[in-house]
Design a protein around this ligand. Structure first.
Ligand code: AMP
Ligand code: GLY
Length: 425
């Protein structure tokens, strides 16, 4: 069958790499893609906001499945538009994508379905928000309700900072995404990324991962989309996975179905593992980036078959297999990220790096100019290693990085520190 994958990041390169290995695949297209994706798929310049031209392309190329990578087209209703045209899509409908598109929606759903999460209030009015703040302790977390490209979360250490965050959000610092805010309790614990395929009725847990959100070594500096990840996350034991499924994921799937807006796609739960158990920080309605890169390195089963089982509603009969190995990815970002990244610098040495055993290099923001690879985004490369342990996977990734000649970029040197500390203490 022919498949169209939408997106242009490292997540999509990893998905394209896994899809291209499927015996079910005839042709793989990717829009818009990047220089790495072009090695495994045919890239086409479609605008993800232009639903009509995506539908026309699917008809012309007899696309049997569209895999939607990023959240924005899901929240905009692309999945609905494709389904209405009789085209199968992997990714939730607009109503189900509210789990990522509105933080307040998810918090209210947690309250209804008794899902463990931080205590909270929802506000559109400054005076009401300030009255609520006055009754809370610090630190406290202020969030823009809508999509803010990972920037709409402020952890306020003092009351003055909390007041300022509320004022900034409600006066337009995050545009319309911040017209409504959620103020919530600060949770203490260890974070983990948890993924489950959901077919509207049931859910199948995928492997766990841990991300590194801060830009600098030792978890310092501003938040980013993610500077590196590894899988499995040691904190996600079989028992913890079971608890997350029964206390968080399955009640969500059940509640969404009961409301007539079943969730189909991949549910990505950002979790805080607290002293009393797992709590939901937030949902995303798509694969994580860079978590997907490590998941795909460990996946043994056919990804395309798994995505089809999800869209066709037959996950209950599906089994998914993982390698025992660990995987770890290091993000190489352009100088300036997460502020304004410097674009257009040349990256050399990729062939040498790719030749390191047990390494895959996923492109996140690159383009090709003749035979040169040029940086074209904030996060640019995901150098991913596999090994029997996190240490082996890490050593493979950093050995490959040492062969990359790119003065225009930087990376964290300590990806995996938490897992290594745990394994070696
Ligand atoms: P989010 O965009 O909601 O994932 O939030 C970004 C980051 O802020 C999370 O990965 C956490 O590190 C942190 N965060 C968000 N909400 C909370 C909370 N209630 N308590 C503690 N940390 C939080
Ligand atoms: N790595 C976090 C995310 O994909 O949102």
């Amino acid at each position: 069958m022919n498949v169209l994958l939408l997106g242009s990041g490292g997540r999509e390169h990893a998905l394209a790499w896994a899809l291209s290995a499927s015996p079910l695949l005839t042709r793989l297209f990717c829009a818009p893609g990047n220089a790495g994706i072009a090695e495994v798929a045919q890239c086409i310049p479609l605008d993800l906001a232009d639903h009509d031209s995506i539908i026309q392309f699917c008809r012309d190329e007899r696309i049997a499945l569209v895999v939607i990578g990023p959240e924005a087209p899901l929240v905009a209703g692309l999945s609905d538009a494709l389904e209405d045209s009789g085209i199968r899509a992997f990714g939730p409908t607009k109503n189900a994508a509210k789990l990522e598109g509105s933080k307040g929606f998810t918090k209210d759903l947690c309250r209804t379905a008794n899902i463990p999460t931080a205590a909270y209030g929802r506000f559109m009015d400054l005076a009401a928000a300030k009255t609520y703040l006055a009754s809370q302790s610090v630190p406290i977390v202020v969030k823009a309700d809508g999509l803010a490209a990972g920037k709409g979360v402020i952890i306020a250490e003092t009351r003055a900072d909390a007041d300022a965050a509320v004022e900034a959000c409600l006066s337009g610092a995050f545009g319309s995404a911040g017209a409504e805010i959620v103020i919530e309790e600060f949770l203490v614990g260890e974070e983990a990324s948890f993924f489950a395929l959901c077919d509207g009725v049931t859910a199948l847990a995928l492997a766990s991962a841990q991300d590194h959100k801060r830009v600098g070594d030792g978890d310092t500096g501003p938040n980013t989309g993610g500077m590196g990840a590894y899988s499995p996350a040691p904190i996600m034991t079989a028992e913890m996975t079971e608890r997350v499924m029964t206390e968080i994921i399955l009640p969500t799937v059940k509640e969404m179905a009961a409301r007539g807006t079943p969730f189909k796609g991949v549910l990505f739960a950002g979790l805080m593992i607290t002293a009393t158990g797992p709590k939901l920080i937030e949902y995303n309605v798509r694969f994580g980036d860079p978590e997907t890169q490590v998941l795909m390195m460990r996946l043994k089963s056919d990804l395309l078959a798994a995505l089809l089982a999800t869209t066709d509603g037959v996950l209950a009969n599906f089994d998914i297999r993982w390698r025992e190995d660990a995987a770890l990815t290091v993000v190489m970002a352009a100088n300036g990220y997460p502020g304004t990244p410097e674009k257009g610098t040349e990256i050399k040495g990729l062939d040498l790096a790719k030749a390191v055993p047990n390494v895959e290099i996923f492109h996140a923001g690159t383009r090709r100019e003749g035979d040169r690879i040029i940086s074209d985004g904030g996060r640019v490369l995901n150098v991913t290693g596999r090994g029997r342990t996190v240490r082996e996977a890490r050593d493979a990734a950093y050995t490959a990085i040492a062969k990359i000649d790119w003065p225009g970029g930087f990376y964290r040197k300590d990806i995996g520190w938490r897992a290594l500390e745990r394994a070696e203490s």
